[in-house]
Design a protein around this ligand. Structure first.
Ligand SMILES: [Zn+2]
Length: 158
């Protein structure tokens, strides 16, 4: 059985490698749809609140109203310097590569899997008209190719 859960967050980013409008700092309302494989035991499988209690707070703390940024983007060093000089604590979500929607899907898939959920597919909507569907095969292929890895492990949530 599959349970679908939807979440959203707002974040800034840019694609520093591209030579088009995406190079500029801009923001998105990211919508994600998680497709979980669950096992039914009696009348229940996994309570919707089990997902919401972990995933909702995690996205709020690490992604929402933050900035997705590639640690290799020169802007990253500039922002870190700004934070140090001005004593500001900006919410930066670090990526080990460009903050493309493909890499975001990989990172979120990893983080949600590490929470103990069995994701079979993750849809990530970046714009009104663009959604990518990222499934377990894509994730395993990306892991094998080591195209991308997150910088910090997911903090355990209670
Ligand atoms: Zn964008």
């Amino acid at each position: 059985m599959i349970i679908q859960k939807q979440y959203k967050f707002y974040a800034a980013h840019r694609n520093e490698e591209l030579q088009d409008k995406c190079r500029n700092l801009h923001g998105h309302r990211y919508g994600i749809v998680c497709h979980f494989q669950v096992q039914r035991t009696g009348s229940y499988s996994t309570l919707f609140s089990d997902f919401d209690d972990k995933i909702g707070p995690f996205l709020k703390e690490y992604y929402d109203h933050g900035m997705l940024i590639n640690v290799s983007d020169p802007l990253y060093a500039t922002l870190k310097n700004h934070m140090e000089v001005h004593g500001e604590d900006l919410k930066l979500r670090e990526f080990q590569g460009p903050t493309s929607v493909e890499n975001l899907a990989h990172q979120l898939f990893t983080e949600i899997t590490q929470m103990g959920f069995e994701l079979v597919r993750l849809d990530v909507q970046e714009t009104d008209t663009s959604v990518i569907s990222y499934d377990r095969n894509d994730w395993e292929r990306d892991n094998a190719a080591q195209v991308f890895s997150q910088t910090e492990p997911v903090k355990a949530t209670s």
